[in-house]
Ligand binder design. Sequence first.
Ligand SMILES: *Cc1c(COP(=O)(O)O)cnc(C)c1O
Length: 428
Amino acid sequence: MELSKSEALFAQAQQYIPGGVNSPVRSFRAVGGTPPFIARGEGARVWDVDGNEYIDYLGSWGPLVLGHSHPAVVEALKKTAEGGTSFGAPVEGEIELAKLICELLPSVDSVRLVNSGTEACMSAIRLARAFTGRNKLIKFAGCYHGHADGLLAMAGSGALTHGIPTSAGVPESYASETLVADYNDIESVEKFFLANPTDIAAVILEPVAGNMGVVPPAPGFLADLRRITQENGSLFIFDEVITGFRVGPNGAQGLYGINPDITTMGKIIGGGLPVGAYGGRKDVMEMVAPLGPMYQAGTLSGNPLAVSAGVATLNELKKPGTYEKLESLAQRLTEGATKAFQSAEIPSTINRVGSMFTGFFNAGPVSGLSHAEGSDTATYGSYFHAMQEQGIYVAPSQFEAGFVSTAHTEADIDATIAKVSEALNTLR
Ligand SMILES: *Cc1c(COP(=O)(O)O)cnc(C)c1O
């Protein structure tokens, strides 16, 4: 595969940008090789600067549920840009996005817009601490909530791939306020509450984990957490940065019928532009400045371009049949891939919730970080490169989710399954 233009650009990038990338997961450190520089995307496809075409299952790491350059999103952006891109003053689009989010997420009475998922989670933690007057936080090994200090303890995604369980530069005093429990293991949470009955401000989790690869919540796990947090006066935070409007029209909270106190969002609600949000119960959100004493602000928050892309995306998603289509395409893909793995006799476990999925090189079951880490990451690396050769763009790490968009077709899925078989045959 010709990658000479990407290779030249990557060499240049490394001169001016640490590691040549603005987010470590893009660097291909986990799988080796040169990341293709992307020139263009349309629908379910991207093209790199050397002209290679790929069917894309990365979807910009989650936001692009409608695929690339969706006409409704592009139109909204053009129209908004012509009228000015930032005012630092209220605009009507902010209400539209906030109203859509409040209508769609049953537990969210009001919502504050920020610029990234990291900011959303960082602010949600501060809010939970402000509301409860407590300092400690429970998170789960393998769950990623952005790169704020204190949330990088045993975080997933790039932090896992790059072997940085806790980042350098995080004061021990911050990290010591974070208690790390095991996903789908309620006893590991009960233990912390017994030891710290009045100190825990919140439990934060990905209701469907995506950043250790996809791991669904075990039956009853979310309900148990809801009960324990309530009994102990702690807040329950759903990090729906990936799952929000991905696993269903009402997020993971709608899918599993659990109402968290605070929800964080990002990715899809920005339609491919930088956005995050945190929202929740009225009495909790009333702590946020200017109503209350919890300070949080942003020069570009509620940015007109970003909110118009988000509104366009959520309105497209509201059209009838959208989630049924995503479900059926993703099911078709994972069923076909499962058969391909079986006939290649390569041990695998494919986890999927809605249109997010991960194929682990591991006989499974994969229900937590220790299982995910039992995967054969060297084989994943070979598989990744074989797929790239075949024109299929998947995450450059075992510990990530893949995504199907509404722009994929059954023909794309069937072509992909055939490529999976070919790629797996090169590994035998
Ligand atoms: C991506 C992600 C974040 C961080 O969002 P950024 O926009 O990258 O800062 C937080 N939580 C989860 C679950 C994510 O997947």
